[in-house]
Design a protein around this ligand. Structure first.
Ligand code: IPE
Ligand code: IPE
Ligand code: MG
Length: 252
């Protein structure tokens, strides 16, 4: 099916996922299969990011969260880390105007303490320059770890307890959620992982409790809006029960 036909199908069904998260994986293998350096795969992956942002707006998605760099990725060879940070910076600088024109609000979530100051400056610029974008909220997860996010939220809460702004009995799911990087954003409805890896690699561990999963074999640089649309069509056929039985109304 063509991407326009898939999009028509999504619209006909209605109710696209509000929040789509993607573990963009397979850049290295894409490059290696072409006898290219791994960084060429990361560069090619940037084009897929653009496709997916445009496709998300067309499909009516409200929040798109892209896993761009994990805390664990700091363990890669420094030549690859430097290339990745350089590309990230380039992407941010190149795309800021386009994203603003497309009415996309960009947020960068993660522990930026290890990120070099030039990249941090670019991140600050794109977030301030796209504030108020109302077509799509784009979360770029950079130096992100699901476990660290949870630990940090617990630490924040503990500090509030020690200052007597909170008491231990106040802790509940909502209070914890409000202290995560994703505070105020609904949980992902759909999580896509490319490159056929069946694992979550420390991504949004709390937030994906009831997320629908879609593992695709396409390597990230080959991922197109057509792939996004078919994952959404597949999602629209899922029966999300949230622990209930089929046919029970979900109060949402
Ligand atoms: C995803 O592609 C990008 C990042 C993790 C930064 P990889 O670099 O992990 O590519 P593979 O998995 O080695 O093919
Ligand atoms: C997950 O991919 C992180 C990102 C896509 C940014 P990895 O390639 O780092 O994950 P593993 O090592 O295969 O689990
Ligand atoms: Mg990988």
């Amino acid at each position: 099916m063509k991407s326009s036909e898939l999009l028509a199908k999504i619209k006909l069904h209605g109710k696209p996922p509000r929040h789509v998260a993607i573990i963009m994986d397979g850049n290295g293998r894409w490059a290696e299969s072409r006898n290219l350096p791994r960084t060429a795969g990361h560069r090619a992956g940037m084009e897929a990011v653009r496709e997916v942002i445009e496709g998300s707006i067309e499909a009516g998605i409200e929040v798109l969260t892209l896993f761009a760099f994990s805390t664990e990725n700091w363990q890669r060879p420094s030549i690859e880390i430097n290339a990745l940070m350089g590309l990230l910076r380039l992407y941010i600088q190149k795309e800021t105007d386009r994203l603003r024109r497309m009415d996309v609000e960009v947020h960068v979530l993660g522990d930026l303490s290890n990120v070099d100051s030039t990249t941090r400056k670019a991140i600050k610029d794109i977030t301030t320059e796209t504030v108020g974008g109302s077509k799509l909220r784009l979360n770029l997860m950079i130096s992100y770890s699901g476990r660290k996010d949870l630990v940090e939220a617990c630490r924040l809460f503990a500090e509030e307890v020690s200052k007597q702004e909170m008491s231990p009995e106040d802790l509940n799911e909502e209070i914890l959620s409000e202290r995560l990087y994703t505070a105020g954003i609904s949980d992902p409805d759909l999580l896509i992982r490319t490159s056929g890896e069946f694992r979550v690699s420390n991504f949004m561990l709390w937030q994906i409790a009831y997320t629908e999963l879609s593992i695709v074999f396409t390597l990230w640089p080959d991922f197109s809006r057509k792939d996004l649309f078919s994952a959404i069509c597949d999602y629209q056929l899922r029966d999300r029960r949230f622990g209930r039985i089929a046919g029970q109304r979900i109060p949402r």
